[in-house]
Design a protein around this ligand. Structure first.
Ligand code: BES
Ligand code: ZN
Ligand code: ZN
Length: 501
């Protein structure tokens, strides 16, 4: 879809639909709304006075112009109360409107700069939200459906600038929104792909393409290199599958220094059967998305490379399939991680923390100044927080605050969880340095405490996206399936760290 900024007068635009908005409780129409209302012989104001248009959030009203305007339809999008407007409401309503219009066969859409100038929302914010809302809302994963989609596509979206001075900020917002939305869609695609189409080798191929397209440095370690580095925890998980593991490292260099300001580490289990500690069959197919963390960090660094902040970022994505083959790891086995720590395996289904132990060990080996890991780590995090927010765990309050703020900017909600030392007791093993599962309580926290052992003294934040990486329904700009959370947060974080340097 082409997204452009135009200055054409709304009464003169030839298009399938012009999207306007209405705030709950507003008394009168002004500006473009009033002009279009007049052209439509008062149809908009009549619907308002009849109570059909209330301005409730995501209320979409389509009015056919029937030749009274060059635009075929005028769409009134409800944005709720004016003083409570947020960019996320703009993203959401634009997504809902675009999805509906696509189903009506509309292929060209025009919108006013929704919400700009209201509640501190700038032109740039508005254009970014519109762009993200449209691109993410229209996302669907149909790659394996052979039947042609019943509906066409919206080919072009135009954002109207009222004044010449608004063009530049609107274009900037459009550009940034596009980078963020495309990266999010890429992460969704990877996580939605079934495990037979997204093996560790396939992920490495995606990384190759990203490196080429965005001038990132790429290394992919094979099994022998991992052996040489002593990644016994990761290799332990990998040994039950015929798919060879791949350790993907993508680097972006935005400064002259060799220091790595930020390592983004993502759990990349291309399929999690549980291994010998086999999962129940119900919903096991969802475990094709257990590489969402890896997909997220790869997509985020591709966006960072396009926005070019002055910061060095390395994305580390260990890619492994967790299957119960003849060579598989067994409960009771002991593996040795890259840091030299020995780990007693209690459950082979707690495999994410094993591969992350070595990925974080590697992030420390290359002396990353900060580590943020992203993982579909625990069902317990879903029990605690549902699909509403991502759980954050840290050894550094300053860094976690930056991550939470970056999330708020993206409207990807993050909630910090406690990390009291007492939770560590559950991970004590009688036969090794640590064990990979605690008791059944506080599972998201004990998993984080396990990871903390491998973060060492490096400022570190762990994001458990088990609940937020997938959506079971189409809602606003989320599609059913992978959400691409928290790609936009990670990009915002890199931009924020660069700005504060
Ligand atoms: N990949 C799962 C966690 C998960 C569950 C993600 C549901 C998304 C949806 C992880 O590897 C796992 O199996 N964790 C176990 C840990 C347990 C064995 C301590 C869990 O949460 O049950
Ligand atoms: Zn598991
Ligand atoms: Zn898993």
């Amino acid at each position: 879809m082409e997204i452009r900024v135009i200055t054409t007068n709304v009464t003169k635009i030839e298009t399938g639909a012009i999207i306007l908005n209405f705030f709950e409780g507003a008394k009168s129409l002004d500006g473009d709304e009033a002009i279009l209302d007049k052209a439509l012989d008062g149809a908009i104001s009549q619907l308002i006075s009849q109570g059909e248009i209330k301005g409730k959030l995501n209320e979409i009203t389509i009015i056919h112009s029937l030749g009274k305007l060059p635009a075929a339809r005028v769409v009134i999008a409800g944005l709720a109360k004016k003083q409570e407007l947020t960019v996320d409401k703009i993203r959401g309503v634009v997504a809902e409107a675009c999805r509906l219009l696509r189903k009506k066969g509309v292929d060209d859409v025009v919108t006013v700069a929704q919400g700009a100038g209201v509640a501190d929302i700038t032109m740039k914010d508005a254009a970014q939200a519109i762009t993200e809302g449209a691109l993410l809302g229209l996302y669907s994963f149909r790659r394996h459906i052979t039947k042609k989609d019943e509906y066409g596509e919206i080919k072009r979206l135009s954002i109207v600038a009222k004044n010449e001075v608004d063009i530049l900020p609107l274009e900037q917002g459009r550009d940034e929104g596009k980078v963020l939305a495309e990266a999010t869609k890429l992460a969704r695609d990877m996580a939605n792909e079934p495990a037979n189409y997204m093996t560790p080798a396939d992920m490495a191929r995606v990384a190759e393409k990203l490196a080429q397209d965005h001038s990132l440095k790429l290394s992919v370690f094979e099994r022998d290199k991992m052996q040489e580095l002593g990644m016994g925890a990761l290799l332990g998980v990998a040994q039950g599958s015929a798919q060879l593991p791949k350790f993907i490292i993508l680097s972006y260099k935005g400064t002259a220094s060799d220091e790595i300001d930020l390592a983004l580490v993502g759990k990349g289990i291309t399929f999690d059967s549980g291994g010998i500690s086999l999962k129940p069959g119900r919903k096991m197919e969802e475990m094709k998305s257990d590489m969402a963390g890896g997909a997220t960090v790869m997509a985020a660094i591709s966006a960072i490379a396009q926005l070019k902040p002055k910061i060095n970022v390395t994305a580390i994505a260990p890619m492994v399939e967790n299957l119960p083959g003849g060579h598989a790891l067994k409960p009771g086995d002991i593996v040795t991680a890259m840091t030299g720590k020995t780990i007693e395996i209690i459950s082979t289904d707690a495999e994410g923390r094993l591969i992350l132990a070595d990925a974080m060990g590697y992030a420390n080996k290359i002396k990353a100044k900060r580590i943020v890991d992203v993982a579909t780590l625990t069902g317990a995090c879903i029990v605690a927080l549902g699909d509403v927010c991502t759980g954050a765990f840290t050894n550094n309050q300053e860094l976690v605050q930056k991550v939470v703020d970056a999330g708020a900017k993206a409207s990807e909600l993050i909630w910090q969880m406690p990390m009291y030392d007492k939770y560590k007791e559950q991970n004590k093993s009688d036969v090794a340095d640590i064990k990979n599962v605690g008791s059944k309580n506080a599972g998201a926290i004990t998993a984080a405490q396990f990871l903390a052992e491998f973060a060492g003294d490096t400022p570190w934040v762990h994001l458990d996206i088990a609940g937020t990486s997938m959506s079971d329904k189409e809602y606003n700009y989320l599609a059913k399936g992978a959400t691409g959370v928290p790609v936009r947060t990670l990009v915002n974080l890199a931009l924020a760290i660069a700005q504060q340097k």
